[in-house]
Design a protein around this ligand. Sequence first.
Ligand SMILES: C[S@@+](CC[C@H](N)C(=O)[O-])C[C@H]1O[C@@H](n2cnc3c(N)ncnc32)[C@H](O)[C@@H]1O
Length: 225
Amino acid sequence: MQTAVAIRTNKLPKTIAAHTRFVYDHLASVYPASTYFFHSKAHKKTLEMSELRNGMTVLEIATGSGEMFRRLVRANPDGYTCGVDLSPKMAARTQRVARSRFPKSSLNCQAVDCRALPFLDETFDSIFCCYLFELLASDDIVLTLDEIYRVMKPGSNCNFVLIGQQAGMFNRAYDVAGALVPAFWGRQVANAIPDLVHAAGFRIKQDHLVRQGFYPSRILIARKD
Ligand SMILES: C[S@@+](CC[C@H](N)C(=O)[O-])C[C@H]1O[C@@H](n2cnc3c(N)ncnc32)[C@H](O)[C@@H]1O
């Protein structure tokens, strides 16, 4: 018998997600370097802006190889920190490393497609979602925002990080990279996301730009009132 989540997942549109899973599964062991050089500054700033408090029930969507996930577990030793990623190898690596570094923390990471989150309504006190929307088709961004909104408690924040679009040269290079390997780079969407976030019912509380070398990031802190 199929579970409700499996039924929902089977109905999902067949988009670039299948290729993305294949590519990120094969990059699980080398991806930490990319996060270290390009994402770590934005991760740190997002955590500072997030209002996360120890003891919360926290979800990270699209953990990748788990660098932000470990920051969240470290900041939430008495709470529960849950992660999901489309790539089973990324999810397994994230869980293995986090459990070995934080053996006393309550944490879990699973292979899950963010377009159908396997959680009850209003489960989480805080959600993090970094550098995911670039990889989703437009309809899937809308589905994912609806899912995030559904599983957040009222009064909680979702903390998004996007690849910034404020640097012209970078944008041109990204267009080329995205055309060559769309399942890895996707395309830049940061300018379009605030309207979609509003349409899903959130209120954007903070909008902040960060640069790590030439790599721009945009942090959006969005509230479910
Ligand atoms: C660019 S990486 C970002 C990883 C990490 N969040 C970071 O900040 O470094 C994007 C991640 O999104 C995951 N992903 C892509 N599509 C997804 C989906 N539909 N559901 C869940 N995760 C997805 C990929 O497997 C990959 O690990």
